[in-house]
Design a protein around this ligand. Sequence first.
Ligand SMILES: *Cc1c(COP(=O)(O)O)cnc(C)c1O
Length: 430
Amino acid sequence: MESTIQKNSQYHLDLEAQYGAHDYHPLPVVLAKGDGVYLWDVEGKKYYDFLSAYSAVNQGHCHPKIIKTIQEQASTLTLTSRAFHNNRLGEYLKFTTEYFGFESLLPMNTGAEGVETAIKITRKWGHTIKGIPEGQAQIVVCDNNFHGRTTTIISFSSDAGSKNHFGPHTGGFIHIPYNDTEALEQVLQDNPNVAGFLVEPIQGEAGVYTPDDDFIAKARAVCTQYNVLLIADEIQTGIGRTGALLAVCGNCSCEAQCERQEATYIRPDLLILGKALSGGVYPVSAVLADRAIMDVIQPGQHGSTFGGNPMGSSVAKTALEVIRDEKLTQNARTLGDLFRAQMNVYIADSKIVNLVRGRGLLNAILINDTEDSKTAWNICLRLRDKGLLAKPTHGNIIRFAPPLVITEEQLLDCIQIITSTLKEFEPSGS
Ligand SMILES: *Cc1c(COP(=O)(O)O)cnc(C)c1O
């Protein structure tokens, strides 16, 4: 039987190279199994996962409760389409809107579809409620954003590789620098046709670029003043990752989710979720908004065959219960503080690392080398050899984002692996 034959990594690398599109440049490691914070490759070598599938696996690999849910649902009912109702969607909608404090939710599958959905809602709201002349609605976006890979979304990317030769590009987007609310205010003053401001509370793909603490609060105030929808893309930052249920919570939390009560919660008008919404088990994304905004979408105007299916609905509800019941948000906050504190001790005497930044368990270190250097990549190869998987983003930045189920003991072990690896790359004599 084929499944019992141990096939080595090279076999799988060769198959992918020969038969797959070459749209990714993965670290050479072939994974075969996951459990909690751990992954195993086809040779049986064990690793700490320090990427969590770009923060999709916040609840840890193969979380038993989430797997039980998907197994039960998979053998009961998988897909009805929205031509009919199913007995899982309604309960998921009620649970999730209450969890995040919104009146309604539109279910989709991938993150990019969630962003597309938010763009459509915003434009329609702009034209039909705000009174922007038909076809004139603009959306403000930030430089160095990452919101996905569809034709519309790459139209407002700053990344040449994502964008070049994929035109003609979709219009209707205005760029401002990230973390610059003065630029936002200027644009809104000059453009009465702006319907929304689409923003990541922390720019994950850009290298965990963490803005000023009051950036989102100020953006919220400016948007409110100019009657512009604040659209938070929390696909990577949301669901406990940054030590708050949502990164827009900043130094606060809603309800008892992460125990902070400073009442500085910033509420976006549209909230986009994906990735960890299903614990990385099944593609589930969502846009949440109150009725006054969501109800611009009427039957036949938006949808997806798989959106809101019984598997995704069941899995997402369980995945959110796990975040709440296991207090993963609180764990991300405590261990994130510990991680940055320990890394800063190392960095104080380091020539190879310039700084660590991030919030909760979404962090990155800046390698002291040029963006086109191989240093960060080589460090990640060495980390792999020593049993920890991470990947560079933007050349000289390494993102560290373990599953939120990681324990303090495991994290200290990982810090040891990371710092001992970095030591090997310090210039000699230091
Ligand atoms: C991953 C990501 C997306 C796109 O999600 P996909 O599921 O890959 O389409 C959008 N926005 C942000 C901030 C992301 O991190």
